[in-house]
Design a protein around this ligand. Structure first.
Ligand SMILES: *[C@@H]1O[C@H](CO)[C@@H](O)[C@H](O)[C@H]1NC(C)=O
Ligand SMILES: *[C@@H]1O[C@H](CO)[C@@H](O)[C@H](O)[C@H]1NC(C)=O
Length: 188
């Protein structure tokens, strides 16, 4: 008789747990969600576009917001905000695929190197409304600079990866630049 009672008790408990899962008290449901997430496959996308940093003219896409009154040789401390066009081709008139919004600062005293803090906000195709966040070091006179992708939104949730930047055009008088970007981003 005692054995039979224990068995009934277990059955009862099991039913209660099942009900918990179907109702608002969902600690067991959360575990199920986690298990599904783990099964999702990570993919890597390669994005290719051109970045236009326009400092000169009537409608610059970069503005200086801060800096020391008398800066040293490389402009140490100068800080800029940008809303730069990202285009499909190397010409600024080519198809707009997104914008690079964020800031950069001259963060080195012995060379020309920038701290980049920016989001690539895309407006094209499956990436429309999605973004990638970049935080990195950009020694702009080097051939290819690598910057880490630290996150993203939309299709780029939980993103990580890297961006490779290559300046293909630089006007030494104005500072206007066109930079080719290859972005390798892993996401779900
Ligand atoms: C900046 O330079 C100006 C002119 O050369 C000078 O008068 C001023 O004292 C300097 N300011 C600082 C903070 O060094
Ligand atoms: C991108 O999404 C916005 C907002 O949903 C929409 O207005 C726009 O037409 C879309 N652009 C493209 C190229 O699909």
């Amino acid at each position: 008789m005692p054995t039979f009672s224990i068995c009934l008790l277990f059955t009862f408990n099991f039913i209660i747990f099942s009900n918990f899962c179907n109702t608002a008290y969902g600690i067991f449901c959360e575990e199920t969600t986690e298990a599904i997430t783990i099964k999702r496959v990570e993919k890597t996308s390669h994005l290719h576009f051109y970045f236009h940093d326009v400092i000169s003219g009537k409608q610059p896409s970069v503005v200086k917001i801060a800096g020391p009154p008398n800066s040293t040789g490389y402009g140490f401390g100068a800080t800029m905000i940008m809303d730069d066009a990202l285009t499909e081709g190397p010409e600024i008139s080519s198809k707009l695929v997104g914008r690079a919004q964020g800031m950069y600062a001259i963060a080195a005293q012995e060379e020309l190197s920038l701290l980049m803090v920016m989001n690539f906000a895309f407006i094209e195709g499956t990436y429309n409304g999605s973004s990638i966040s970049i935080l990195g070091r950009n020694p702009v006179l080097n051939d290819i600079r690598e910057m880490p992708i630290v996150g993203g939104g939309g299709v780029f949730r939980l993103a990580r990866g890297y961006a490779l930047a290559d300046t293909i055009r630089l006007d030494y008088k104005t500072g206007d630049a066109t930079v080719e970007y290859h972005v390798y981003v892993s996401h779900y």
